[in-house]
Design a protein around this ligand. Sequence first.
Ligand code: ZN
Length: 309
Amino acid sequence: MGSMKDPMDAVDEGLLVNFACPNPDCQNILEYHVEDAAFDFSTDRHADGIGYAETRVVCEECQDEFEVVVLATGVGKEVTIKGFPNSMVEFVDNSFEQEYDDFLAEYNPEDPFGVYNATIRELDNLHHGSTIMPSAVRAFNKMVCLWHIIAVETYLSDRLIKIVTNDSDKLLALVGGTPALRDITPKLIDVAKDPNFVAKYTKDYLQRFSFHNLASVAGFYKAVLKINLFENDEHEKELLDIIKMRHDLVHRSGRNNEGKDVVIDDEHVTILKGLMTSLVTRIEAAHNAYAAKRASEVVAGALLAAVKR
Ligand SMILES: [Zn+2]
């Protein structure tokens, strides 16, 4: 399951900081939410965009007081204790999260299948047009396979987002078939403020979802396009094995559960590419049938309205 931020939780709690009490006689570790600062990326001069915040905190152990300073610049944040330049403060730099959130909110996939095909052409050029040292072939094939998998994940995500953000019936079908969406309890005020609340929430959910979680993705596609991602049990096993291999490549530096190196020869790359592209082609066919039917319904609806007039 992909992790996501709850949009209803957008309360600004400040920046969580951790540091050892600078008082040399005190052993306390202080943990506080302090006032956060943000860099303003819209200014022309870097110096004008710098953000600064100071928060006074009291050590509950020795009662000493300290000023925690947050400085936000274009390259990230710095947190210090005033007067104690050697004190190390632990915090998570969130400087670029908001930018990424804005990017996601603005993002509208234009042509998921076209993007997929362009990526596959690039990959084929790379795979067949490169001269690779024999000692590097294994690593090269791992990279090509991972890229094929990522291209499919992107397609699966973009295709679904495009459908449900353009068709309220399909949005309803997806929400209805997805417990993580169906069963949340939003605040009525958030729904009242935004007529597109459900669509936005759903898009945000899909954008943060890990689309290599094929079992869940199969549920999405079943609900929206009424298609089985897996043609049969054997096909399901093949696809899930690929995802397991992806896991070994990404999280175990290319080793499996037993610690053995995952070996991918040219033949494996070709088989994997075939499985991935046929999956995409089959979904795209189902999507095209849906899109054609929907277009004809729109025309029929318009004609009916014209006749009634
Ligand atoms: Zn202290």
